[in-house]
Structure formats: structure tokens, C-alpha cells
Design a protein around this ligand. Structure first.
Ligand SMILES: Nc1ncnc2c1ncn2[C@@H]1O[C@H](COP(=O)(O)OP(=O)(O)OP(=O)(O)O)[C@@H](O)[C@H]1O
Length: 276
């Protein structure tokens, strides 16, 4: 699915929390949505999911893979049922407990496909989603008894059961151990579905995302390939940290070594040129 974020702005609580954001995440690839706390990442994901209507600009989607390709349409004006089949949003875990089994929670992802006669492939889609999220072994467990990391896998499985063409993930690596973080992002990257993930870990974004969008106080600070965007100057301006950006010897991707809050590292305090 092709996604264009065109001059999007939104007002919440009487102020613009997003203002004039333009971005075109590459189709079929994983885009990282970065920025400090409160920068507007969750709000932008909710706009892209069509759950919020923008107060300025538009979020436009086209689906070149559809049997009958249509011109770009504003996502919040799509028919809710059609949108629910195409767009999956994995929100941050609310901690809500529901009296359902894991399999029943994942099957909620099939609701947009339900008809009076049921659907052909609900059970198959749920099985595939559980398998892809490495959650098959949890199928019969009660949702309320799962750990944070197990819940995160089941959330992913529910989103995958939806078989979306646009996958939106709000901090999907939360609660996951390091191995699970890597396998989760590798899995999403390799899905071939247009995906946007809000991430706090810059190194995960640098390692797994083809494209990154950086927000700062509701505005677009930068967008592009991680190696172009994640520079020491950008990290200082947006996050207020001193960092060295190295190149991974195996992958050639950026590796960010955070050194200190901006202005407090020995290099920053020492006015002598390096080597003096
Ligand atoms: N319903 C609301 N009413 C008023 N202000 C809101 C509302 N929702 C979000 N905000 C504000 O909008 C700004 C952006 O919030 P958002 O949750 O999008 O940021 P974020 O980048 O996802 O942050 P974090 O990294 O902390 O999750 C914040 O200042 C937040 O307080």
C-alpha cells in the first residue's frame, strides 16, 4: 500500500500537537518513526490509521496491489470496514485484561472479514498469525495470565491475522527481551507490507528500517534513509544528546554510541581541537 502524509496537522487540547508533517514511507518496507517523548509519534500513527481526522493536510493511501486500484483516498474517509481490512494498528499495551483465550484475542483480527456466513479462512489466518508471531504455544492460555512480552507477541499476531496492507506499530519492542526485539523487527521488515513503527531505540531503527521519520515537538525534523538522517547534529538538535555515529563493519548500517546529554561530554566541555 502506498502512503502519503501530506502537510498533516492536528490540534489536541487546544494546541497543535502535529504541524505541517510531510512524509512518504516507502511501500512494502519498514519505516521507523522516531522522536523524543511527546514529539507526536502516537498521534501520527493514529492519524495514519484513520482513527483521528487531521485538522490540516491529509493522510492519503492507494493500494496498487488491489484488484481494482483506486486513486489516493484520505484514510479517515475510507469505509470503516474496508479500512479495518487494510490497516492494522498495534497500539501500546493498555494493560487491559479481557476474559479471552489467546486464540480468541488473535481471532479478533478477523472481525472485519466476518459475514453472516463466516469466512473461508478464519482458522487458517489465526494459525498463520500465531505461528508468525512465535505465539502458537500460547494459543490456549488465558490472556490475563500472560507476561508483558507474551502479550506483545499476541498483539502482533492479532494485527497479522487482519492480513493488513498497512501495518502500524506503536513501540512494538516494548517488554521484549533483546533476542525477541531483533526477531520481531526482522520479521516485520521481511513481511513486504508497508509498515511504520514508532521506536525509541535508535540502533534498532538504524539496523532494521529502510527509512526513518524523525519528529520533534510535532514537526518533521528529518526523513530519509537512517544513514543520511541519524547524524550527530540531528541527534543533538532533536534529542539533546552527544553521540558518535559509527558504521557497523558487517552491515554497513549506522551504530549510534550515545555519550552524554548534549554539552556535558568531555569532548563538548574541552574546547581544544581533537589531538591538541
Ligand atoms: N487527547 C489529547 N489531548 C491533549 N493533548 C494530547 C492528547 N493526546 C496527546 N496529547 C499531547 O500531544 C503530544 C504528542 O503526544 P504523543 O502521544 O503523540 O507523543 P509520542 O511521541 O508518542 O510520545 P511518547 O514517546 O512519550 O509515547 C504530547 O504533548 C501529548 O501530551
Amino acid at each position: 500500500m502506498e502512503l502519503t502524509i501530506a502537510g498533516v496537522g492536528t490540534r489536541l487540547g487546544g494546541r497543535w500537537v502535529l504541524d505541517g508533517v510531510d512524509a512518504t514511507p516507502p511501500p512494502g518496507a519498514l519505516t521507523g518513526l522516531l522522536g523524543p517523548n511527546g514529539a507526536g509519534k502516537t498521534t501520527l500513527l493514529r492519524l495514519v490509521a484513520g482513527l483521528l481526522a487531521p485538522d490540516a493536510g491529509a493522510v492519503l493511501v492507494t493500494d496498487p496491489g488491489a484488484a481494482d486500484p483506486t486513486p489516493a483516498v484520505p484514510v479517515h474517509r475510507m469505509d470503516r470496514r474496508v479500512r479495518a481490512r487494510h490497516v492494522a494498528l498495534l497500539e501500546q499495551d493498555s494493560g487491559a485484561t479481557v476474559p479471552l483465550s489467546v486464540r480468541e484475542v488473535v481471532a479478533l483480527g478477523r472481525i472485519p472479514y466476518r459475514t453472516l456466513w463466516g469466512t473461508d479462512d478464519d482458522a487458517g489466518a489465526v494459525d498463520r498469525a500465531l505461528d508468525a508471531a512465535s505465539a502458537t504455544h500460547l494459543s490456549d492460555r488465558a490472556w490475563s495470565t500472560l507476561s508483558g512480552g507474551e502479550r506483545q507477541r499476541v498483539h502482533i499476531a492479532r494485527a497479522l491475522a487482519q492480513e493488513p496492507r498497512l501495518l502500524l506499530l506503536d513501540e512494538p519492542t516494548n517488554h521484549l527481551d533483546v533476542a525477541a526485539q531483533l526477531s520481531m523487527l526482522a520479521f516485520v521488515r521481511d513481511l513486504g507490507v508497508t509498515s511504520v513503527a514508532a521506536l525509541h531505540d535508535l540502533n534498532l531503527a538504524a539496523a532494521f528500517c529502510e527509512h526513518v521519520i524523525v519528529l520533534s515537538a510535532g514537526r518533521l525534523a528529518a526523513a530519509g534513509p537512517p544513514s543520511d538522517v541519524l547524524t550527530p547534529a540531528l541527534l543533538r538538535a532533536v534529542y539533546g544528546v552527544d553521540a558518535e555515529v559509527l558504521t557497523h563493519p558487517g552491515t554497513g548500517r549506522p551504530v549510534i554510541a550515545l555519550t552524554a546529554p548534549a554539552g556535558t561530554s568531555p569532548q563538548a566541555r574541552d574546547p581544544r581541537p581533537a589531538g591538541a
